[in-house]
Design a protein around this ligand. Structure first.
Ligand code: TMP
Length: 414
């Protein structure tokens, strides 16, 4: 584990000096669910910085990629029906807009996970390839008949795949680019395999939403960056790529979809200037914004700890719903263990009968959770609020009080 000093950080994009914002303390890997409660697995110090030159928001230290993305990655996109529908619509819109025939299309997805998005392409008979660093999820994609390879996408990999796959006229990535610390090498690879009239469409949690909703749990080892339109523009402009369109999405508590192309190949949509203006209004290029965010995170931590302390004193039975990667940041930053939260229910079989990273809270199935009669349930998957509360309308969990975390800590009825 790193020391406690605020280490300097050079920006991963432009090599300029960055400004330290906040230290969330020692953290384990967000997805390191283990069967042995004695393993706390602290691996690194979670500190965030902002580059005052290109305004790229980034964590100071990211554990080695191979330790996070391997043959045991416990996240499967397809578990959310809402996200399945979202990706189906994303594919349909992109295919319609690019206006190429099925035979002409050659599509790549980076970070294809279990093939949820690829299956929309496969269903339409569109030539596709998925790439993901975690072998267990690639296996799932293959099981549903999608073409997928195990690899970290990089310039080297892109150059190597070019001769066998050709150029791609559509490239997708969803909640993936923010995981890759070698961001310049990544976009250079995109340039190598993107057709001259191709589009790279990716979406990521949006910095302005995180700052405004104080959803600090979007910050964890895998999310090395939180992007804005400003920072993406600053990263890709020197590579001869440009943003041609942006659209805000409601997924993951507020995401941005970026459409990127070779410079000059498409007319730039007015949405790009509109969003850049909104980021100016939101003062994304002002250090005060980030010190206010740091202060708001500390306040939110104190609120949650105070609430859970009082529920503990009242001997209330508090549980969690969804052992998300995000919850690892909250639980460790707020020092919450099984003295505060009895267990967390999650639908991912790979997480069940294990404990939460660092804090040792048991993860149980949703069925087990329903049988426990909780007084309170903390909804850690606040980004799936509608889907989850709809699912629990007729279950025993409806009579519990639910604690929602974003945008503010609140007790709600579902
Ligand atoms: P995410 O917030 O990173 O998408 O993580 C979602 C987590 O929430 C994942 O562990 C699965 C879990 N989950 C449920 O347990 N039930 C649900 O209905 C949904 C949508 C997610």
């Amino acid at each position: 584990m790193a020391g406690n000093e605020k280490k300097e950080l050079k920006c991963r994009n432009c090599n300029s000096k960055t400004h330290f914002i906040l230290d969330f303390g020692p953290m384990p890997f967000a997805n390191n669910f283990t069967a042995d409660p004695s393993i706390n697995g602290y691996a690194y110090q979670l500190r965030v910085h902002i580059c005052t030159s290109c305004w790229l928001f980034q964590i100071q230290e990211q554990p080695p990629a191979a330790k996070m993305f391997n043959n045991n990655y416990p996240f499967f996109t397809g578990l959310s029906k809402f996200m399945k529908k979202h990706f189906e619509e994303m594919v349909v819109d992109a295919v319609n807009e690019i206006g190429l025939s099925t035979e002409e299309l050659n599509v790549l997805e980076i970070g294809c996970n279990d093939g949820t998005l690829l299956s929309s392409l496969k269903m339409r008979g569109i030539r596709h390839l998925g790439v993901d660093a975690s072998s267990n999820v690639v296996e799932r994609a293959r099981q549903i008949g999608c073409r997928a390879e195990i690899a970290f996408f990089s310039t080297r990999y892109a150059s190597e795949m070019l001769s066998r796959e050709g150029k791609f006229n559509l490239i997708f990535a969803a909640n993936v680019v923010c995981h890759i610390d070698t961001v310049l090498d990544f976009f250079t690879g995109i340039k190598v395999v993107l057709d001259s009239r191709g589009k790279f469409i990716f979406e990521e949690p949006y910095l302005l939403d995180v700052l405004q909703k104080v959803s600090y749990d979007q910050i964890y080892d895998e999310h090395v960056f939180l992007f804005s339109v400003t920072s993406i523009r600053n990263i890709i402009s020197k590579l001869g790529l440009e943003i041609i369109k942006v659209s805000h999405q409601n997924t993951h508590g507020g995401s941005m979809r970026y459409e990127i192309a070779h410079k000059g190949s498409y007319k730039v949509d007015s949405s790009v200037a509109e969003l850049l203006k909104m980021e100016d209004i939101g003062k994304l290029q002002n250090l005060e914004t980030y010190s206010e965010f740091a202060h708001a995170c500390q306040t939110k931590k104190n609120e949650l700890v105070t609430l859970l302390n009082s529920l503990k004193n009242l001997k209330k039975r508090v549980y969690g719903y969804a052992a998300t990667s995000k919850s690892t940041t909250i639980l460790n930053y707020c020092g919450l263990n099984n003295e505060f939260i009895i267990a967390i229910g999650d639908s991912t079989i790979e997480k069940q009968n294990k404990v939460t990273p660092g804090t040792g809270i048991p993860v149980i199935s949703i069925e087990e959770l329903r049988g426990q009669n909780p007084d309170y349930i903390i909804l850690f998957a606040w980004n799936h609020f509608e889907e989850i509360t709809a699912k629990e309308q007729n279950s025993s969990l409806k009579k519990a009080k639910w604690i929602s975390l974003v945008p503010k800590i609140e007790i709600v009825e579902i």
